[in-house]
Design a protein around this ligand. Structure first.
Ligand SMILES: [Zn+2]
Length: 245
């Protein structure tokens, strides 16, 4: 069996496959999906060992300090790799990190078809419920959105007050982030209904620095969903009738 250091990684999206790096396939099934893209120069491949030999480094930083977010660590790669996504380490990220931190990885069952590596160490936990407490005080809530198994994690949260004017947007809800294809109102409404029963006062995006902390952050999520819905040309939709608090 090939060591995970020498497994194939797609440079465009950062996905690691159960395929030796020196035997790349024709294409990457993640990049071939309409949510991703193939770079103008064509598909290129690497591996963890090649990246380590180059100038790539992983950076670690606590998401917050003295605000209840110390249990969350932001991990990203420099220079920018894949689409520049970061991982937030709470209860787990992907299999390589799970091995480093000796922790489980939670993945929604709906996204099983997108997994590209077999779970040799038995670290992956597939969950099918609408929400599941993954560890004490940490709940994963399935919202759908970018993928059917998209989920949202609540942790004991922080409290900051940053003013944001009413009528301005704080979030964009995307089906495809790199291709900038937004999610339709029906999907936004489903996401809102999934998170509605939960209270939270901070959100943390897929990229470094995307922390939003405010008492009314949940209201901002809804307001941003409404702005996106209206800007896509909908004058009436169930999501526009939702209210918070
Ligand atoms: Zn790819």
């Amino acid at each position: 069996m090939v060591d995970s250091e020498d497994l194939l990684i797609c440079v465009a999206c950062g996905t690691q496959f159960d395929i030796p790096a020196d035997k790349p396939p024709k294409g990457c099934r993640i990049c071939d999906d309409p949510r991703q893209f193939i770079p103008p120069g064509g598909q290129t491949w690497t591996s963890l060992s090649k990246m380590r030999a180059g100038n790539y480094q992983n950076k670690f930083k606590p998401v917050g300090e003295s605000n209840g977010e110390e249990s969350m660590t932001s991990i990203w790669t420099e220079p920018k790799f894949g689409i520049g996504q970061r991982a937030i380490f709470v209860a787990g990220t992907h299999l390589e990190w799970a091995k480093v931190f000796e922790c489980p990885v939670f993945v929604a069952k709906d996204d099983e078809e997108w997994l590209n590596r077999a779970d040799a160490d038995g670290r992956r936990i597939l969950f099918a419920a609408a929400s599941e407490e993954v560890e004490e005080g940490v709940t994963a809530v399935k919202t759908g959105g970018h993928s059917p198994g998209g989920f949202f994690v609540t942790t004991p949260s922080a409290l900051y007050h940053i003013d944001r004017l009413p009528g301005t947007t704080s979030y964009a809800f995307m089906w495809a982030v790199p291709n900038m294809i937004p999610l339709p109102p029906a999907e936004l409404h489903k996401m809102w209904q999934a998170i509605k029963p939960f209270e939270f006062e901070s959100t943390h995006g897929a990229f470094v620095g995307q922390e939003v902390r405010a008492k009314e952050v949940k209201g901002r999520v809804l307001e941003s969903m409404k702005i996106q819905t209206k800007d896509m040309g909908w004058e009436e939709h169930a999501v526009l009738k939702e209210s918070w608090p």
